[in-house]
Design a protein around this ligand. Structure first.
Ligand SMILES: Cc1cc2nc3c(=O)[nH]c(=O)nc-3n(C[C@H](O)[C@H](O)[C@H](O)COP(=O)(O)OP(=O)(O)OC[C@H]3O[C@@H](n4cnc5c(N)ncnc54)[C@H](O)[C@@H]3O)c2cc1C
Length: 294
């Protein structure tokens, strides 16, 4: 799995399957269900820490489910419908190419459309749920497609209905429909500029310097400052366990500085949580998901 995660960490999956289209994905879900095999859905692998023991059961890689098409909503408003495996950055480019605004803040964010929906990703004050019109998902049992308008029940800060405990937990996000705005000829250069600025800002903040999964912890307003600032004040910047390191440039981004293992990264995460609890009484909530055997 280290080949398929942005941390470049993780042992092997028992089976790694890459369906060609939605029908193959549905068949795979049904087969896994029938055989009683656990199945993990992987998008861009940009928000997961996979353990060194790897993942038991099946991993479904969605990267080939990358359709896109333009539909018309009420009063012929443009709706861009994207397959779950399309990288978010490509979706942003596609919107730009069609002269549509509304996704530019997501330019440069690693990961797929499905992962962004599942995580309710957000950056620069833009949140995925606010751009959505609806999401089509497949339930594991019957292979039926359910269309849910979005936002709606189950959406919140970094929460979506598809996460454990949500009303659509365990469903595969198949397609997401984004409600966009026609930019008009004069606005297209502005959208292109914002996209360039977002990528440049990430570059300047060191997002792509070493393998990572972006922010490790969620922000918590009650702490009075972004989690990165809190971790920095706690003196954790540069802290290491093996090759797992709190980055020197952003204390909420932990990086694989060489050959970090899942165990190293997990220990570093737990160490930071322990320090925050002991010194501030604060419980840092992990944003990065731990998957598989550690
Ligand atoms: C350098 C860097 C910068 C980042 N910056 C940001 C940022 O600004 N804002 C932000 O919110 N995040 C950020 N992230 C984290 C990451 O990009 C997002 O969480 C992204 O949305 C994850 O998408 P993914 O496809 O990689 O999901 P994965 O890591 O592959 O999966 C994450 C979860 O989503 C589930 N999932 C994936 N696809 C589907 C599907 N089709 N159906 C159902 N479940 C699915 C998986 O099972 C898993 O539980 C950053 C990461 C990196 C590496």
């Amino acid at each position: 799995m280290s080949l398929h995660t942005t941390f470049r960490i993780g042992g092997p999956a028992d089976a790694y399957l890459v369906p060609e289209d939605a029908a193959a994905a549905a068949a795979l879900l049904a087969a896994a269900r029938a055989e009683g095999l656990p199945l993990f859905v992987l998008g861009g692998g940009a928000n997961v820490l996979v353990g060194d023991g790897g993942i038991r059961g099946l991993v479904m890689d969605t990267s080939r489910l990358r359709t896109s098409r333009l539909e018309r909503g009420p009063e012929s408003s443009p709706i861009l419908v994207a397959g779950c495996g399309l990288p978010m950055d490509e979706l942003c480019l596609e919107a730009l190419g069609r002269g549509l605004g509304g996704l530019e803040d997501f330019a440069g964010m690693p990961g797929s459309v499905g992962g962004a929906v599942f995580m309710n990703a957000r950056c620069y004050d833009a949140e995925i749920s606010r751009t959505l019109a609806w999401v089509d998902s497949l339930d594991a049992g019957l292979g039926r497609v359910a269309r849910r308008p979005a936002p709606g029940p189950g959406w919140d800060y970094k929460r979506s209905p598809y996460q454990p405990g949500g009303p659509a937990a365990g469903e595969l996000v198949l397609e997401a429909a984004f409600r966009l705005a026609p930019a008009g000829d004069e606005a297209v250069p502005r959208i292109a500029r914002v996209m360039r600025e977002r990528r440049a800002d990430r570059e300047a903040k060191g997002h792509y310097r070493l393998p990572s999964a972006g922010s490790v912890f969620k922000n918590d307003r009650s702490l009075g400052a972004p989690t990165g600032v809190i971790l920095d004040r706690l003196g954790l910047r540069g802290k290491r366990v093996g090759d797992a390191m709190v980055s020197q440039w952003h204390a909420n981004i932990f990086v694989n500085a060489g050959t970090a293992t899942g165990a190293d990264m997990r220990s570093l995460i737990e160490l930071a949580q322990g320090v925050a609890l002991e010194r501030l009484g604060a419980r840092l909530e992990r944003e990065v998901l731990m998957v598989g055997e550690f």
